[in-house]
Design a protein. Structure first.
Length: 655
């Protein structure tokens, strides 16, 4: 028994009303009665359909009517439950017991047909099983439906020519084997077993029950004609033969009946297992999908595997179709765009529900989450409606798809909000830094400029030169700050395109040192000699900025007289650069955040000027843009070492 139940939380005191679904034309009236009852009692309505083997032989008109009845129940807000099994009353009673159903609404025909063998109706069989549940019986006097079912039964009994030929050939083979057994000296019981095995094979491999019934009767006749004395006659002289024939016929009929039922159950179980696997795989694949396109691709693929019908998904967000087998230039042109828009509009007005729409070719199912309408799933049906059990699995797959898309969009929105929050934090930090940290150099520039303008004639030349120098240094500091800020912003946004050239690392270091005013600092900058010429393939302008920032950082955070070493070495295909100092070093808690923008830690700058915390962040962005890494470590016994690598350029010399 397979269930497709999307459970609803039901209060113990709340009425739970169960209504049966069928292909009967009057079933719509029964569903409507159950809906009105649920509304009157303010209860929950569940519509149940028990899928039996009759569905495989149901005509197209009844299938279409069944699908309409299910859709009608869904539109009224009923929870649709599909159960597979042959014992319909038992399946309904078990579901009612397990889900605390308080009232059952079913239909019953008012026409009583007299016959020798009285057959109990569904209601008569169900009543003893649900004696503790209230039952409401709605009269069903639709004769046309009953005549249609009788015609359907007659169609299922009439065998095909293929089945008839198979039955005849198999009987001939059984008779030949029996004749062989008789000549060998086997007993009659062995020959009887051959015919019973043949009946078993007939019941399994043919589609009509008339075949194995005919095979049972003909087996008895052939056994009598071929293997009882006198041979080749329907007369049997033995006193026990009538009993033998009767037992053989009964055993044959029972064997055929059991085999036929087992075949139906095996087929149903196989279908259920396959459909369940489709649903399970869809769930797993949708969960592992990385974006909305992969989610929709999985959905289309799994629905097509289940139904073997052309399927597409229309995503309203980007107005794009997702499909596997359809050709956009041909098949998609036949899809009714107005139908898609109609489904979108109806479901948005209905609060993102499940308002279906069907035209001559497609059924359009809304792809909607809890509060959002994402699009429409289209399945090609033409005159072949989807079976109820398959329909419930399709709805489950579409539900999983909608939930996954909703979660994906929520995650993207969350990430976007985090980026916006981070940008807002950066903006706030920048404004705070500008308002506090830039005030000192700007105030110094303005003060010195005003002093020079007001007292130019009375100030001696040495004081003027000192004031000019201070204005220049403060201006240079501001320019470097702005350059760092602009560079790191462009790098983070990916707007800087690296201009790779091949240069000697020694020349890059020399150029960087020219930008350091060695006359104004009291530090020892030492470049250790290289053992060989090392060429690197880099954006020279940006790498010079890295050296300037690292050296400037060492000057800021070390006392006067400290030594700054620059060491270069070769490691396979990379050049390793180390910029070290013998200052107080960096605290352990600051090492993980030292490359973050605006992070300055607790270190005190030697000249008392506060840093914005942009230099090291820019260094990391530039080195990472070259596909390399930069890291910080301790310099024993004291100090800090910044190490980064650069791509080496090998040069072949032709002599």
């Amino acid at each position: 028994m397979a269930h497709n139940i999307k459970e609803t939380q039901i209060n113990e005191k709340q009425e739970h009303i169960l209504v049966g679904l069928s292909s009967s034309p009057s079933n719509e009236k029964i569903i409507l009665t159950a809906y009105k009852m649920a509304k009157a009692f303010n209860g929950v309505l569940t519509a149940i359909y028990v899928q039996t083997t009759d569905l495989n032989t149901m005509n197209e008109e009844d299938k279409e009517r069944l699908h309409k009845n299910i859709s009608f129940a869904e539109k009224l807000g009923a929870k649709i439950v599909t159960i597979t099994g042959e014992n319909v009353p038992f399946q309904i009673s078990e579901y009612a017991r397990l889900t605390s159903v308080t009232k059952i609404v079913v239909g019953k025909s008012s026409n009583h047909k007299r016959s020798l063998i009285k057959r109990q109706s569904l209601v008569d069989q169900l009543m003893p099983l649900v004696s503790n549940i209230e039952m409401y019986i709605i009269p069903d006097s639709n004769i046309q439906y009953k005549e249609g079912k009788a015609l359907l039964r007659r169609k299922t009994i009439i065998p095909s020519l293929k089945d008839i030929l198979f039955t005849i050939i198999l009987l001939l083979i059984e008779t030949l084997i029996g004749y062989l057994f008789m000549n060998i000296g086997f007993t009659e019981s062995n020959i009887i077993m051959v015919y019973i095995v043949g009946i078993l094979v007939t019941a399994i491999l043919t589609n009509s029950q008339i075949c194995w019934i005919a095979s049972s009767v003909l087996s008895v006749v052939l056994f009598n004609f071929m293997f009882t004395f006198p041979h080749f006659s329907l007369v049997a002289y033995g006193e026990g033969y009538p009993i033998t024939f009767a037992v053989m016929l009964i055993v044959s009929l029972i064997t055929g009946s059991i085999s036929n039922k087992m075949k139906s159950q095996v087929k149903k179980s196989t279908q259920t297992a396959y459909r369940t696997k489709i649903l399970f795989d869809a769930n797993q694949l949708i969960q592992n999908a990385e974006n909305d396109e992969e989610i929709l691709g999985v959905t289309v693929n799994q629905i097509q595997k289940l139904l073997d019908r052309e399927t597409f998904v229309y995503l309203s967000k980007n107005k794009k179709y997702y499909t596997i087998s359809l050709e956009p230039s041909e098949e998609l042109e036949s899809i009714n765009k107005e139908s898609i828009q109609l489904v979108l509009n109806k479901n948005i007005k209905a609060g993102y529900g499940t308002e279906y729409y069907k035209n001559d070719n497609y059924v359009y199912i809304p792809l909607s989450g809890n509060k959002n309408m994402f699009g429409v799933v289209g399945i090609k049906v033409k005159n072949n409606p989807i079976e109820p059990f398959e329909n419930s699995i399709v709805l489950s797959i579409i539900g999983e798809c909608a939930l996954a898309i909703e979660n994906y969009y929520n995650l993207k929105e969350k990430e976007l909000n985090e980026i916006l929050a981070k940008n807002e934090q950066v903006r706030a930090n920048l404004l705070r830094a500008i308002s506090h940290d830039l005030r000192t150099p700007l105030t110094s520039i303005m003060g010195n400029s005003d002093n020079l303008l007001s007292n130019n004639k009375i100030l001696d030349e040495d004081i003027k030169i000192q004031m000019y120098s201070e204005i220049y240094e403060d201006s240079l500091w501001l320019i470097n700050l702005v350059e760092n800020l602009l560079s790191i912003t462009k790098l983070e946004e990916g707007k800087i395109k690296l201009n790779y050239t091949t240069e000697l690392i020694e020349d890059i270091i020399d150029e960087a040192l020219k930008h350091i005013n060695k006359n104004k600092i009291k530090h020892h900058i030492k470049v250790e000699p290289f053992n060989e010429l090392l060429l690197v393939n880099v954006d020279v302008r940006l790498i010079i900025q890295v050296f300037i920032n690292l050296i400037d950082n060492a000057i800021k955070y070390t006392p006067e007289g400290s030594t700054i070493n620059i060491n270069v070495s070769k490691d396979e295909s990379k050049v390793i650069v180390k910029v070290s100092d013998n200052g107080p070093g960096i605290k352990e808690k600051d090492k993980d955040r030292i490359f973050e923008m605006f992070y300055i830690g607790d270190n005190i700058i030697a000249d008392g000027r506060k840093s914005l915390g942009l230099g090291l962040s820019l260094c990391k962005s530039i080195i990472n843009a070259h596909g390399c890494e930069i890291k910080v470590s301790d310099n024993k016994p004291t100090g800090t070492v910044f190490t980064f690598d650069l791509p080496i350029k090998e040069v072949t010399i032709h002599e």
